[in-house]
Design a protein around this ligand. Sequence first.
Ligand SMILES: [Cu+2]
Length: 688
Amino acid sequence: MPRHPLYLAIAASLTSLPTLADHMEELVVTATHSTRTIDVTNALVISPDVAELLKEAPGANVNSNGPLTGIPQYRGMYGSRIATAIDGNQLAPSGPNWMDPPISYVVGSQLESLEVYRGIVPVSVAQESIGGAIDARIDKGAFSDSSDFGATGRAMSSAQSVNGGYSVNSNLYASNDQHRLKLAALTESGNNADFPDGKILPTKYERDRYDVGYGFRSGSHTFQLDYGYNDTGDTGTPALPMDIRYIHGDLYNFGYQVEAGPDTTIELALYGSELRHSMDNYKLRQPPASAADWRRNTAKSDNLGFRLEGTLRDDGGMWTLGTDGFDSTHDSDIDNPNNAMFFVRNFNSAEREVLGAFVERQQSLGANWTAEFGARYNRVDMDAGKVDGTPAMMMPPAQMLRDEFNNAQRSQTDNNVDLVAKAWFAASDSSSWYLGVARKNRSPSYQERYLWLPLEATAGLADGNTYTGTIALDPETSNQVEFGLDFSGERLTLSPRIFYNKVDDYIQGTPSESAAAVMFVNMMSGGKAPPPLQFNNVDAKLYGFDMDWSLQLDDHWALSGLLNYVRGERDDINDNLYRIAPPNASFRLGYAEATWSASVEGVVYDQQNNVSATNSEQKTSGYGLVNLKATWQATQGLQLAAGVDNLFDREYRDHLNGYNRAANPDIALRERLPGYGINAFARVMYTF
Ligand SMILES: [Cu+2]
């Protein structure tokens, strides 16, 4: 938690931090009161999708629409309700269906750490964090103590059997006490994945990524410049109506930090990204029978942001003050390669700008109490340009939707105030009680406000429904309370939390009241498609329980695990929220010697019967999986690792996978997509 050094120090003095010994398991989750840092250097998760790592943190899960398209879920909230930052910087996906969620721009093999904030997020951490926050820290190399340049590096290569996937990554660093330079490159690809009854089509993927970084340090000043280029090629998303043809992203970062005094740090960041994307429904999957139904969607987002933050430490704690801004602009155009006349201007310069300011105080209150108080104000400005499309020239209902949209007052402003209060009470050397309350807001996404023609462009909901937006939507307001314990004994650590989250004006698709939208969907589908939904403000509540725990049995053997339970319900009608993770638990038994370790893991998911009738959501059965892992530190620099996921080749349906949308002899259309079959994998890592 580099943003709050003093806070960490306070926490450490109150309870001995439950830091799990390095050798205990491959994936070390170090815990503080309020974050779970997933130690990715030792993480042995072979998926190309970094989001999969989140399953190692209590309360977290992944909505998966494809091999590179995992959308983080935390305590039943997902998508733009979870703030994801890369080195503190935000990014808005180019895909109107979030084929490139922010976390997809994080390269696992270049991570320094992946932090999942536990429960209520401090106001200093993210602008909009109604449902949680994830902070990925990228390894930039380290300044050395000497003026002589030294070079270090890490090469990593892995392969897996379920899809013939492989990845090769190398990071090179050169540094002295003033300069640090980083060069990194990644290439990875895989074929369509197996499941016990056949193949999941299309789940092939290919991605290259290049990064350069330069840092300069002089006295108390540190400058940092970073550039990254993401090049994703043909990649399947079987839960969505189209597949990725490309995602080209340029990512820029400038950072400056100064130790302005012994107790004062000031940080400035300026950053941006230009993301270009294309997808279609005819190249990677079986194309539609009628040439008139072929579709291609070209989309982009341009992102620009800044952060200015100061921390002032004093005897009683720490002040954090700051201001930040983030602006994203989205365009999305649909055409048909078989018909030069056809076009839909799906989103035209749909813009969302958030300007915020915050103040946060971490305060030590006597010997046993610590507290955190925060307040943030965000002003959210949104707007979108006029739209058009061939359907609006030929079909009266589409014409009505277009004209209504173009004549509407599309510019919208929200003023949101977030408040956070948390307290910890150290009852003993080994246990600390925690209570947190917060009021958090989220303004609507551009899809929720500006989707004018009924389409499935819903930031990856993948429920198979068409939606239209509602320009006049109100922001969501959540009132949250959570309570828990952090226990850290000699052998046993555990940290249970219960939480309750009441969300007023929760944004949810409800049956459309637009006669034009209903008629349009009816005409387009010949009466076969379900009637469209429309984003509206409803009321909802989410509540549950989660914990992680570990038990050191002796010098070599250890047990650890997670327990997660969440319910999401509508509060205005009798229905459940859509795509909520079923109750689940994991147990791991590990054995470790100085140079090698091995573990067996059981993962159990309950059935999910609490499904959303509004979203026509299908129920899912429960299942259990067994995974094996082993690592061997062959020499100082060389580590070999291998494992088998889904050892018994169990056929199962992950409730958070979507429904199959691509023709497949082995999986019916609109059937829940299966999880991957047995997967043997190996990894070689060489550090020098
Ligand atoms: Cu897309």
